[in-house]
Design a protein around this ligand. Structure first.
Ligand code: NAD
Length: 474
């Protein structure tokens, strides 16, 4: 086998906060593709379920839960200029951690904007305050205070959010090529938003179908998932959110706008885990997914907005359409029946996945001259296992962009706070591609009106298939 590429010689210290499925999955990639010694890495994590993996690689493991009261004292001795803070935890504030990292001169990356424990499900907070929109606005404000040349702090760089924004740029270039549209070599927000507008992209789904199956079926009273059960529960209980396109004719009855900030997204007065949308992936075909809130729904919609004198004149509707593994769908069904009281047992399946399942994860760009174009990864669990230890298909699609983001941050150490859209998509895809299985771009003639005519007398907008009203399952 060829020697693995060493992307850089990492000479500083690396602190990993949280060591669950993503932490355990990214560690082998770090050890394989960086010049780094185990003594340079320290894990801080309250539960020891990943201890054996840490020991396998000779990494120091301190059993501690970070809290608002202790995080500064815990991290201060471990972080200085040039060091790296990799936040792969749940229930630890991203804003607190990246602000502290910047104060210490350290670089930072996380995979979602996380509040402190309880923030997502705080019943005393208004729905608008529990949105990713609100979390993002707070993070961007904290980022502005750091300054544009602060140590690089990469926000939300997993699979989605993260990798999918790079897929979206590649998809725009592909559609331009196939429709004979001048790309104008887009650079920066103005170039990419102008290209999306000229192509006529109305809708972008992050369209995902996970077909992985556990070796032991889900039992009653158990939540089963292929990645963090706590993470999925938290985001599923937040209000559904979507980047709100300028082509949309009317706000849904339960849709609300925010009264400050970018105005790129709306939220619905219901949890994402009970909101379903129609979408399409090449292998699965037409599917219903959950409209779970995600940062990319807002950041990508905001990035692709064309403004004229402050007024948005173009923006696609952007949202997640997630069909998790069938056991997770059953788990969500049971959970909603329990009025969102978490089940007694949680099971995150990595080694326990049967051979044969895949995670088909990509972006579906709709409404342009070629109708619909899906671009993404069709990684099977079998290939994921061949490629990297301690991963299933879902985790590897997250861990390789985490690793690529870490490399990019080290290569660009003075960029302040960045979201995935502000990074170099070619560099990230170059590092990720060997770990993503088949990466394909496929056109489809699917629209949300597919077969609807033959069924019920529904309230459908036939003039514009790409209205959210047609996409939402009611
Ligand atoms: P997990 O539940 O397997 O692991 C979470 C880890 O956080 C555990 O090790 C847990 O002990 C630790 N933790 C909990 N409280 C902590 C505290 N107070 N201090 C320090 N550590 C604490 O989750 P995962 O699947 O590894 O996911 C990790 C994070 O990545 C989650 O926030 C999840 O939402 C996010 N994620 C993002 C993507 C993406 O594509 N962007 C995909 C999957 C997961």
């Amino acid at each position: 086998m060829a020697e693995p590429t060493k992307y850089l010689a990492f000479t500083h210290r690396l602190v990993m906060v949280g060591f669950g499925s993503i932490g355990q999955g990214v560690l082998p990639l770090i050890m394989r593709h960086l010049e780094i010694r185990p003594e340079q890495i320290q894990i801080l994590c309250p539960d020891e379920s990943g201890l054996a993996v840490a020991e396998e690689y000779g990494i120091g493991f301190r059993r501690v839960a970070l809290t608002p009261d202790n995080y500064r004292a815990q991290l201060e001795p471990l972080l200085g200029p040039g060091d790296f803070l990799l936040n792969l935890s749940v229930d630890v504030s991203s804003v607190a951690l990246f602000s502290f990292a910047a104060e210490r001169g350290a670089l930072y990356l996380d995979t979602c904007i996380e509040p402190w424990l309880g923030g997502y499900t705080d019943a005393s907070a208004a729905p608008a305050e529990r949105t990713n929109y609100a979390l993002r606005e707070k993070a961007l404000e904290a980022g502005r205070k750091l300054g544009a040349d602060a140590p690089t702090c990469v926000l939300t760089h997993g699979a989605n959010p993260g990798l999918v924004s790079h897929f979206a740029k590649q998809a725009l270039l592909d559609i331009a090529r196939d429709t004979g549209t001048e790309t104008g070599n887009p650079a920066g927000q103005a170039g990419w938003s102008d290209l999306a507008r000229r192509l006529g992209v109305k809708v972008i789904h992050v369209a995902e179908r996970d077909t992985q199956v556990p070796t032991t079926p889900k039992r009653p009273g158990e939540f089963v998932n292929t990645w963090s059960v706590d993470g999925f529960y938290s985001e599923g209980c937040q209000p559904a959110e979507l980047g709100w396109g300028t082509h949309e004719k009317g706000l849904p009855a339960d849709g609300r706008r925010h009264d400050s900030g970018s105005d790129a997204a709306i939220y619905l007065l219901r949890p994402g885990a009970s909101t379903r949308v129609r979408t399409w992936t090449p292998l699965a075909g037409p599917i219903n997914g959950f409209l779970i809130t995600h940062n990319e729904s807002i950041s990508l919609a905001d990035y692709l907005t064309v403004r004229d004198g402050g007024k948005a004149v173009y923006r696609p509707t952007v949202h997640y359409a997630y069909h998790p593994c069938d056991s997770a769908v059953l788990s969500v069904h049971e959970l909603s029946g329990r009025q969102w009281q978490m089940q007694e047992a949680k099971r995150l399946i990595v080694d326990e996945v049967q051979p044969g399942g895949i995670d088909e994860l990509g972006v579906l760009l709709c409404g342009h001259g070629r109708n619909a174009y899906w671009y993404g990864s069709q990684l099977s669990v079998d290939e994921a296992r061949r490629l990297a230890p301690h991963n299933n298909a879902t985790s590897l699609q997250v861990t390789i962009p985490v690793f690529a983001g870490l490399v990019w941050a080290c290569e660009n150490p003075k960029r302040g706070l960045v979201e995935p859209e502000q990074m170099d998509h070619e560099r990230i895809l170059e590092i990720c591609r060997p770990y993503l299985g088949p990466v394909v771009g496929v056109y489809g003639d699917w629209t949300p009106l597919h077969r609807r005519e033959e069924l019920f007398a529904e309230d459908i907008d036939r003039d514009d298939p790409w209205q959210f009203k047609n996409i939402r399952v009611v």
